[in-house]
Design a protein around this ligand. Sequence first.
Ligand SMILES: [Zn+2]
Length: 342
Amino acid sequence: MTLSEFQQLVTTLAADGEKLIDAATTASSLEDARTSLLGRKSGRLPELFKQLPSLAPEELREGGSLINAVKAKLEARLEDRRRQLDAASSSKRNVDLTMPARRQWQGSKHPVTLVIEEIEEIFRELGFTIALGPEAETEWYNFTSLNFPPDHPALDLHDTLYLGENVMLRTHTSPVQIRTMQKFKPPIRILSPGNAYRRDFFDASHAPMFAQIEGLAIDDGVSFVDLKATLTHFANQFFGKTKTRFRPSYFPFTEPSAEMDVECQLCHGSGCPGCKGTGWMEILGSGMVHPSVINAAGLDADRYTGWAFGMGPARIAMLRYDIPDIRILYDSDVRFLYQISR
Ligand SMILES: [Zn+2]
């Protein structure tokens, strides 16, 4: 074979190869093209290599460089085409308008947190400060100092989560009253939000861990009038202008004691299933601090009087947002929480 004949074959292979590569529209048809051109077994280029020895010895060098050049050219062309096909398939993915959009969730405060913050703000304007206490308490702080008799059912293992001999998870935030009176001299006006624990069943209106807010005011000459005026002011601030009523009640640590109701926020007093037809909803327990509680904390009950209240922010949140089951508040279902919290 003459060099010009060989050159002709190389030129034809280059032209055919480029056409074949450009015509490939998928990764697998491109691979087929590569195999038919460069494939070790029967590719056209290796076949051409086999014809090199038929050239005259002085033409071998030039024939070899011709065929090596076309080999490099075809390999580069294959690589270019592979990149083009990759880019085309990924840009197709990017513009798929049928893909559902991904929802962006924004962090937000829990409904119970929102309620606690709002209550804090109302009392802060009245001069109350925030006081916190430990969640693990001794029997003395949780019960004895608060005037619970030793045979009170709350001390029973069935109701209280004991951590040890004399240590328990506090069953209410009231121990903070004692700790505050031990630390500060009157006048005292504190609000104490925090978690409390009871061995309740987890049902529609009870949870074993629940938030509570406790309030305490101690000073010379504080009376039930102060209690009633302050809590009525709170109800009107929180729920908007609303009717309130106080019902006599009993707590070991207050005397006299009263529960406060607000007009049912669902039916506005006419009676509905939400308020069991009464037109009222209980929101808190309150009373004048029992003299033996004041004395137990180390203050002089002959000189100082005071009042206290406690309420459950989860219950308040249920009333405000019309939530039928307390467990919804603890299920961490963001679809629900997001509706309220934004
Ligand atoms: Zn009602």
